[in-house]
Design a protein around this ligand. Structure first.
Ligand SMILES: C[S@@+](CC[C@H](N)C(=O)[O-])C[C@H]1O[C@@H](n2cnc3c(N)ncnc32)[C@H](O)[C@@H]1O
Length: 226
């Protein structure tokens, strides 16, 4: 296991190298902006650096940016990304084609997860499901944790503050501009994430993770006892 503070998080050159694996100006620009401005990838890398070396299931993986980031940090021990947006999966596969070890990206719905044992990530996707499906997905994700495995959830939480309203406005824009295939269905509050996991005996720690974004984002981490 590594010392989390000793993990070299990616500098500008490394982030640019990742972005340039994506074809087309839009995806490249998106990757570069996202890696520069969103603290989630470094936060996940720090958590995984201090956890047992296990494969990662990335649910709602988009273009596989998390896999690319962790690969560049030397923190991948197998990666399976799943997303139902075929365009994003194709873009992610093309970008990952030169990597060794390879990233596996699969087109599919989070409702039908494959068998898996390891760590699980759910970054910015839970709110695209209605409330009952969110609780079900949290249980399915937890069922795929290996002993010592981490379930890493980043999501906007429903709170009465300006950040929450800024997030809703951005989600509206993503939907009407066609960047998201589905619109937000339900914004969970902290208890809606904690309760289904606590019922399975997992301890859940939740903390803000805004970085330089205006969004009401939090990181929830649940650990399977080792
Ligand atoms: C905001 S993006 C986040 C992408 C990625 N997790 C990241 O942080 O870079 C949300 C992703 O969740 C995917 N998604 C939403 N609902 C899904 C579902 N039911 N099954 C699979 N993927 C889903 C979308 O297609 C989209 O790529």
């Amino acid at each position: 296991m590594h010392d989390p503070d000793a993990v070299p998080l990616l500098d500008r050159t490394a982030r640019r190298a990742i972005a340039h694996r994506y074809a087309g100006r839009f995806d490249r620009g998106y990757a570069q902006g996202k890696l520069a401005g969103d603290p989630v990838y470094a936060a996940v890398a720090r958590m995984l650096a201090a956890a047992p070396p296990l494969p990662l299931l990335d649910i709602g993986c988009g273009m596989g940016l998390l896999g690319q980031y962790l690969h560049a940090c030397g923190l991948l021990h197998g990666y399976l990304g799943i997303d139902f947006d075929a365009r994003r999966i194709d873009a992610g596969r093309a970008a990952a084609s030169a990597l060794s070890p390879p990233l596996q990206l699969q087109c599919g719905d989070a409702a039908e997860l494959p068998a898996f044992r390891g760590h699980v990530a759910l970054l910015d996707m839970l709110h695209y499901l209605p409330a009952p499906r969110q609780a079900a997905l949290l249980r399915e994700a937890a069922a795929r944790l290996a002993p010592g495995g981490l379930l890493l959830i980043r999501n906007v939480l429903r709170e009465a503050n300006w950040r929450f309203h800024a997030t809703r406005a951005e989600e509206w824009f993503l939907r009407v501009s066609g960047q998201m295939r589905v619109g937000a269905q339900h914004y969970p509050d902290a208890d809606e994430i904690r309760a289904p996991l606590a019922a399975l005996g997992l301890a859940v720690a939740i903390r803000p993770l805004y970085g330089r974004t205006p969004f009401n984002s939090y990181l929830a981490v649940a650990r399977q006892p080792g």
